[in-house]
Design a protein. Structure first.
Lengths: 683, 243
């Protein structure tokens, strides 16, 4: 048994190397430009596809392995340059959260582009490493695992050497510490940022190609490697390359050993198979430990930050707005043909989901990627209470929403200490863990086939999707269910609008702007945060319940991390800080009515929408951070904007507080002074 | 006569809508130390930031050796020969002393010998991170690193901030010597007036964003009343004297 564990640990070196590589990419991005780059895995995937296409002759020309490697690295470098010029540089004066959201947009676009180009099935690709075996201490394992670990180690050591001994590395460290001081010495932070981004892309190119030895290319595996990769990078405090490398290798080995242990008879089982999702849980645990005990020492960057989250305008007459739009939507439910009706219903449901993001991110300023997971919790509870215990509507729904709200408050607790970008990272891991450990679990979740959800009915009156009442368009889903969803959406929307006008809403905005200042003026930051998380989670739970009723069954894939990412992207372009932003986000969400119209009229798949939206996120963060719908509704009321976002160019003074600051000092940094710094043109 | 190293002509600048400094005229010649005095909030630091490009002027021209700097970024101005030691020292706590001397833009040559000649104490501290140096040593490093760039113009902002006066008394004469030997213009902002006047050739006094006094430093050394008057504002000073 010991030798088996050893063998599996060695085999884990391979995937550990990939995790380390992604972690290195995250650290390079952070040190070079202060971006917490969630798209490193996606860039590795692009490189993997590039290598696959070149080596297998997908484009008609088959290259020898050596040439394919060189061309792939070249391609990676170009991706890095484009990423730098298109995302990092335009956003360098933006707050860390905006940068992170932009990388989510890139992740979404990259994934959608690959699915559109090559489909979502996996393709086998030729390995770049020799396929021999090696015998270590009496155990024979494939030697590519060792090669992978060695190659990534070499990359890490090169980076370490560059950072320690070269002028470029010293300059990068200086610029990361204080950009303004660096410019006083005539250094060019842009150049360092570019160099590091390209280095990141090259490492990702390596990861993408090395992955060929242990996996086929597909559009998700490498993308989601960002989660363990981030865990490793967090262990290295987003700065230490060697620690990150070791942490990544250890995570890979631990996952591999877990795989072996899961074949043992004592391992917990579920529906006859070993318990799924244990390694995702492990990664979540590592991340939580890392963020709690290591993140406090992540050095904040002395960047010059111009603006923060866009303003959250005060709603004007929400009832009047509702009175205009609701009859239109209600009529549409009845009149529209079934495809559009279904799209509208999906839009309503996702609008509810996005409103939960408006509360937790727009009002409270915490980017939570677990809202969709919470929706899933409510949905799965509804399914189980109904099918296993005979508890139907409304009690199952109420229990589901309450459970989501309580779990949301639970996630609020870490948010008392962990904020901003780190919270986004932890909640992303939580979403992945929920999906694999709970939702895919055969006995508690849906397994692979999905769990059924009986239609909702009240006092014998059925208003599920298959209710007997049909609209003019005919077919399912019934307009009754549509109206039910619409009513729920209206109630939630009015609640969220009212929240903005209430005292609690003001306090949330105060917490969002500056936690310390809010505490100093007597706001109970802890309670406000927990309440905000609870409200948002409850709303997410409502959307999960509606979602489960609308499909009649529920699957884990409806609540995947990639969908969570897409939701954030959609609501950011329509407006993360206002009710219209959330509702319009639902309307254009892929699967919603706009996406269906695109498909029906132009034959454009949902992935086209994702591709465009991913890029639009970056564009919108640069030019209209408040979002399209928010602008549409509130842009003409300048009195609602205490100061116009264009004028909010407060920046840090030269004598800033960058030194010795901690990561969560980042949000407050902007407070200290008003020295606009002229944009730097050259490098 | 040759162009001054630095000349400001009718420069106004500020933050947002309001100007902090108005119509400033100022000149610094090669090899001379000009000190900029004035009470808190007079606009001294802002003036330095305008020169190094970190605050944009709303009107007026800034020239370095006759060359208009209007379209140069802070990085380009630094490369053109402006060395700015900001309040708070402007060094990097994570880098060692030796690494500070290796730091530089592409093609720049830094001469560590300059540093160790003018500040021999730093030689022993070579491998210590700047964050672990004492306040005085940090200030020494900040000045030394900027001298090593061989600048045309050195801007020094409040060297005495948070330091014992004794330390500054040691620093300023070094700057004085360097300026003479290398023909470098120095613009010195200082709260500690006697120290500044001791090394300076010329003195400007700013008050509420206006230059209220411009005299050779010598004259102010001899006649401190003049300085008091300019600090308190003309009429207020007369009233004080009258009572």
């Amino acid at each position: 048994m010991a030798s088996q564990i050893f063998a599996y640990a060695i085999i884990g070196l391979g995937s550990g190397a990939l995790i380390s590589g992604v972690g290195l990419g995250v650290v390079l991005s952070y040190r070079g430009s202060g971006v917490i780059n969630l798209s490193t895995g996606a860039i590795a995937m692009l490189a993997g596809y590039c290598y696959w296409a070149l080596a297998t002759g997908e484009f008609g020309v088959t290259f020898a392995t050596g040439w394919a490697i060189v061309l792939t690295l070249l391609f990676s470098a170009v991706v890095g340059i484009v990423f730098e010029l298109g995302v990092v540089r335009p956003l360098r004066r933006q707050p860390p959260l905006a940068k992170l959201v932009a990388t989510l947009g890139i992740l979404l676009s990259a994934q959608a582009a690959i699915v559109l180009a090559f489909g979502d099935t996996a393709h086998p690709q030729p390995s770049i490493l020799p396929g021999g075996n090696v015998t270590l201490f009496g155990v024979t394992v494939p030697d590519y695992n060792l090669w992978m670990a060695a190659i990534i180690l070499a990359a890490a050591l090169v980076v370490v050497a560059v950072y320690r001994w070269t002028r470029f590395g010293i300059g990068t460290r200086a610029a990361a510490e204080n950009e303004a001081y660096a410019t006083l010495f005539g250094l060019s932070p842009n150049r360092y940022s570019m160099g590091n981004t390209v280095a990141m892309a090259l490492v990702m190119g390596l990861v993408g190609m090395l992955a060929a030895s242990i996996a086929e290319v597909d559009p998700t595996t490498l993308v989601l490697l960002i989660v363990p990769g981030l865990a490793a990078a967090m262990f290295g405090r987003l700065t230490a390359f060697t620690t990150t490398y070791v942490a990544g290798i250890v995570i890979g080995m631990a996952e591999s050993v877990l795989l072996y242990l899961s074949t043992q008879s004592w391992f917990p089982t579920s529906n006859g198979g070993p318990l799924p999702g244990v390694d995702e849980l492990l990664v979540l645990l590592v991340l939580v430990v890392a963020t709690f005990f290591r993140a406090g020492k992540i050095p904040s960057r002395g960047d010059i930050v111009e603006s923060r989250l866009p303003r959250a305008p005060r709603p004007v007459a929400p009832l009047r707005t509702a009175a205009v739009f609701v009859p239109i939507a209600a009529l549409a439910m009845w009149v529209l043909p079934f495809g559009f009706r279904e799209g509208l219903i999906t839009s309503c449901i996702f609008a509810v989901s996005l409103l939960s993001l408006v509360v937790v991110t727009g009002y409270l300023g915490q980017l939570s990627l677990v809202q969709l997971g919470l929706a899933g919790v409510a949905g799965f509870l509804v399914s189980h209470l109904s099918t296993n215990f005979g508890i139907g509507f409304p009690w199952a729904a109420i229990v589901g929403v309450a459970a989501a709200a309580m779990l949301g408050v639970g996630f609020g607790f870490p948010a008392l200490r962990v904020r901003g970008v780190q919270l986004a990272v932890v909640t992303l891991a939580a979403t992945v863990a929920l999906e694999t450990f709970w939702f895919s679990n055969g006995s508690w979740g849906a397994g692979v086939i999905g769990a059924s959800v009986p239609a909702p009915s009240l006092f014998g009156f059925d208003f599920g999707t298959n209710a007997s009442f049909h609209g003019l368009g005919g077919g399912e889903p019934s307009p009754l269910f549509g109206w039910f969803c619409l009513i729920v959406l209206v109630v939630v929307a009015l609640l969220v609008a009212n929240l903005r006008r209430s005292r609690l809403g003001q306090q949330m905005l105060a917490v969002r702007a500056n936690e310390r200042a809010a505490a100093a003026t007597g706001v109970n930051v802890r309670n406000v945060k927990l309440t905000g998380f609870g409200i948002a989670a409850g709303i997410a739970g409502v959307s999960g319940v509606l979602l489960s009723y609308s499909y009649g069954s529920i699957t884990a894939s409806s609540f995947s991390a990639l969908i969570a990412v897409a939701l954030v992207a959609f609501v950011y372009i329509t407006g993360i800080t206002s009710v219209p932003g959330g509702v319009f986000g639902g309307l254009i969400y892929s699967g919603g009515i706009f996406a269906f119209a695109l498909l029906d009229w132009f034959g454009l798949q949902g992935n086209w929408l994702n591709l465009i939206v991913g890029f639009l996120v970056v564009l919108s963060l640069i030019s209209r951070p408040e979002g399209g719908a928010t602008f549409l509704f509130y842009g003409k009321h300048p009195s609602l904007w205490a100061r116009s976002p264009k004028k909010a160019q407060a920046t840090r003074p030269l004598s800033g507080t960058a030194h010795g600051g901690t990561a969560h000092g980042a949000d407050e940094r902007n407070q200290h002074g008003l020295a606009p710094v002229e944009a730097e043109v050259t490098s | 006569m040759t162009d001054p190293v630095l000349s400001l002509e009718k420069v106004s600048a500020g933050y947002g809508q309001s100007d902090v400094i108005r119509d400033i005229d100022l000149e610094v010649r090669a090899g001379e130390i000009v000190t900029l005095l004035g009470p808190n909030g007079a606009g001294k630091t802002t003036t330095l930031r305008v020169i190094s490009g970190h605050v944009k002027q709303s009107r007026g021209t800034v020239r370095l050796k006759g060359r208009d700097l209007a379209h140069l970024s802070p990085t380009q101005r630094a490369r053109a020969g402006i060395a700015h030691v900001p309040e708070g020292r402007g060094i990097f706590f994570g880098l060692t002393v030796a690494e500070h001397l290796r730091l530089g833009y592409r093609g720049e040559t830094i001469d560590p010998r300059v540093v160790y000649t003018y500040f021999p104490a730093l030689r022993e501290l070579r491998d210590r991170p700047a964050g672990l140096l004492s306040g005085g040593e940090q200030q020494m490093l900040a000045v030394a690193r900027n001298l090593a760039r061989n600048p045309e113009l050195l801007l020094l902002d409040e060297l005495s901030l948070g330091l014992a006066p004794l330390l500054v008394e040691g620093l300023l004469p070094v700057v004085r010597d360097y300026s003479r030997e290398r023909n470098c213009g120095v613009l010195l902002v200082e709260q500690h007036v006697p120290l500044a006047l001791e090394v300076a050739d010329h003195c400007y006094v700013l008050s509420h964003g206006d230059v209220v006094l411009h005299e050779p430093a010598e004259r102010l050394r001899d006649d401190p009343e003049l300085l008091v008057e300019s600090y308190l504002g003309g009429s207020a000073a007369k009233e004080t004297l009258a009572t």
